[in-house]
Write a protein that binds this ligand. Structure first.
Ligand SMILES: Cc1cc2nc3c(=O)[nH]c(=O)nc-3n(C[C@H](O)[C@H](O)[C@H](O)COP(=O)(O)OP(=O)(O)OC[C@H]3O[C@@H](n4cnc5c(N)ncnc54)[C@H](O)[C@@H]3O)c2cc1C
Length: 634
């Protein structure tokens, strides 16, 4: 499928199959979403990469599926977004999450719907998601996304995406660079490749230990067994939801598992494939065989023991909440799951991985092109580590939002099955007691908006230090950059935030509306200004490009484009300097007397980068991680 579908121009000179360069500018370890995205983003910037993956490009376990608007912006930049949208559900009915007792079952209390929330930009959220980005939130399981990314990366970087090659050792050189020892898993041949920089995108398998990086945070918080199955679940009363969580007496108040429609082509209860996640009970013995495993899935779903179900693959995994202490070790950079891992609640892992490499790629390219010094690379860790800790904390907190539903339903520890079902019976009973219980459950369900409507987390996070020039302001509407709403996204040009998206309709040279996000250049810094001081800023940009060596291009947005003037937060003569990853690096409210000096100083400060003012900026989130994990263990 992949070979036939991907027809892309090569961006790098091809390597013949047996050809192994002794040295490459960038070696990428791991061909998951992080590594493959890094390969494309670097190749687009003319950087020669080599990617080694211990397995092949074939489909893997379904895992991640939610692709948020910022990730879809990156995929659009990589030229892969249309392929993702083409394989994703065609309509919007999947954009909701439901809670049930089971899919079906022997009593009226089985197959009982407990609640529902809109999710991922669906229903009432559609408008505010559309205001945050011109790309739509999408859904594509990794079994389909990974091969798509592989095919795309392989087409862009011919001969440079190498399967069945495992990195077994890394050696840093005092003079700069890393040598990787790579074993061919088919032939056993061992090779060494030296790289100026190494992107460790191995999902946490080896790089942290090979590089001596400690992962901070709780592990083994909760066991989960996930089954990728093919089954006819059309008996389910729920027509459309992509994701269901199940609450039953045996969970003693917690969810007992979840069900996710995997498509392809048909979603909702017509989906041919499913991911069934089951939380094992403490007294569960290991299942002796596939049939016993399927028995557990059927039991949780309330299906008959002989309901036809084919097990495609199974994965035993655990909730953890870990963040690497260092994201950079010499010439090596940890990205994606190699740098941070947390539960899938919130669907943030893959998204964070893609945004890690989007942050890193333009910086590596700038340094390798000779436009910036090594200090710019330090800002990768300064910027991404606190965000990884923030996402890890939020994911663990999301996991904790389900137990209150069980509690509101009257379920709790020490309860027998019969007692539990009796409590669920109250939920469907007539009269004030039933009304009160339904209201409590509805409130507990609604609190999951912090997960399923988390646009603030996905689109609104900010860097407080790094390759930017802080201007002393706070995020609009907030008393602190830490204490921000997970739901609300407030567009702002405050340095460290994503450039706000608005449609520009008056831009010369464009046939139709164009998003501000599409004005940002892939390599240079982009200075967004109005006509009032355009000439001064154009002169300043030319001078700053020459003196810093980093190109700065100017985009003049007409004042008549009132959507931009409403969000730009600078005056008619002001300017907003945007980095290639669409994050604001600097802004000024009005053109200063010496615009050239001001811009030169800003560009130099941005490229030099800044460290956090005091302490470890990840620490507030690490504390939240510890607290959330402790609550989940209770
Ligand atoms: C059940 C489940 C559901 C999830 N749902 C979501 C979701 O909806 N949204 C979301 O954003 N995230 C989700 N995640 C998390 C998501 O799957 C990961 O965050 C994501 O895959 C990370 O991408 P990565 O490229 O960093 O790592 P990986 O996808 O793990 O890729 C790493 C690659 O490196 C290779 N490798 C390892 N060691 C070596 C070596 N020594 N040499 C060469 N290659 C090596 C591996 O074979 C692998 O292919 C989910 C995870 C699970 C378990």
């Amino acid at each position: 499928m992949v070979d036939a579908a991907i027809v892309r121009p090569a961006l790098l000179p091809p390597l013949a199959p047996g050809e192994w360069p002794e040295e490459v500018p960038v070696l990428i370890v791991g061909g998951g979403p992080a590594g493959l995205s890094a390969a494309v983003l670097l190749a687009q910037r003319g950087i020669e990469v080599l990617l080694v993956e211990r397995r092949g490009p074939e489909s893997r376990f379904p895992r991640a599926h939610l692709l948020n608007v910022r990730t879809m912006e990156v995929f659009a930049e990589m030229g892969v977004a249309d392929d993702v949208y083409a394989l994703a559900p065609a309509d919007d009915r999947w954009r909701k999450v439901v809670w049930y007792t089971s899919v079906t079952g022997p009593t009226p209390l089985h197959g009982l719907k407990l609640g529902e929330v809109p999710a991922w930009g669906g229903g009432p959220d559609a408008e505010r998601y559309a205001r945050a980005s011109h790309r739509r939130f999408s859904n594509l399981p990794q079994i389909r996304l990974d091969p798509l990314l592989w095919g795309h990366a392989d087409a862009c970087c011919p001969g440079r995406i190498r399967a069945h090659q495992e990195v077994i050792a890394l050696q840093q050189h005092g003079t700069g660079g890393v040598t990787a020892t790579i074993v061919d898993r088919h032939t056993g041949d061992i090779r060494r490749v030296r790289a100026r920089y190494l992107v460790a995108a191995d999902g946490g398998r080896v790089s942290s230990s090979l590089l001596g990086v400690e992962l901070e945070g709780p592990r083994a918080i909760r066991d989960v067994v996930s089954y990728h199955v093919s089954a006819d679940l059309s008996v389910w009363a729920e027509p459309d939801a992509l994701l269901a969580h199940f609450i039953q007496p045996s969970g003693q108040g917690r969810t007992v598992g979840a069900l996710q429609a995997l498509g392809p082509l048909r979603y909702g209860r017509e989906s041919p494939e499913w991911l069934v996640a089951v939380t094992p009970r403490p007294d569960d013995a290991p299942a002796p065989d596939d049939e016993a495993l399927l028995g557990r899935a059927r039991e949780m779903l309330g299906l008959a023991p002989d309901h036809p179900m084919t097990l495609n693959s199974v994965s035993h995994w655990q909730y953890e909440g870990v963040v690497a202490r260092r994201f950079r070790v010499g010439s090596a950079f940890l990205v994606g799951d190699a740098a941070h891992r947390h539960p899938p609640t919130g669907g943030l892992g893959l998204n964070c991985a893609v945004q890690d490499v989007h942050n890193l790629a333009w910086k590596l390219a700038a340094v390798l092109h000779g436009w910036a010094g090594d200090a710019l690379l330090d800002t990768y860790a300064t910027e991404r580590r606190p965000i990884a800790a923030y996402y890890t904390a939020h994911a663990l907190e999301n996991a904790g939002r389900h137990a209150p539903i069980g509690a509101a339903l009257g379920l709790g520890p020490g309860m027998t099955e019969d007692e539990g079902w009796a409590e669920i019976g109250v939920f469907v009973s007539d009269g004030p007691v039933g009304d009160e219980r339904r209201a409590r459950v509805a409130d507990a369900v609604a609190a999951n908006a912090d997960d399923y409507s988390q646009l603030g987390v996905e689109a609104g996070y900010s860097y407080e230090a790094g390759a930017l020039v802080p201007d002393g302001s706070l995020p609009p509407g907030h008393a602190s950059p830490i204490d921000v709403s997970p739901i609300e996204y407030v567009p702002t040009t405050r340095p460290g935030h994503h450039l706000p998206h608005v449609w520009l309709r008056r831009l010369p040279g464009h046939g139709g509306p164009v998003s501000t996000l599409d004005l940002v250049a892939a390599d240079p810094l982009t200075l967004v200004v109005g006509p009032a001081a355009a000439v001064a800023w154009q002169d300043a940009a030319a001078a700053a490009s020459t003196s810093s060596g980093f190109p700065v291009v100017v985009v003049v947005v007409p004042d008549e484009d009132s959507d931009w003037t409403a969000v730009r937060e600078v005056g008619d003569t002001g300017a907003v300097l945007v980095r290639p990853d669409r994050k604001v690096g600097w802004r000024t409210g009005a053109v200063p007397a010496d615009a050239t000096a001001a811009l030169r100083t800003a560009v130099a400060a941005l490229l030099r980068g800044s460290a956090a003012a005091e302490g470890d900026p990840a620490e507030p989130y690490l504390e939240r991680i510890r607290r959330a994990a402790a609550r989940l263990r209770r």
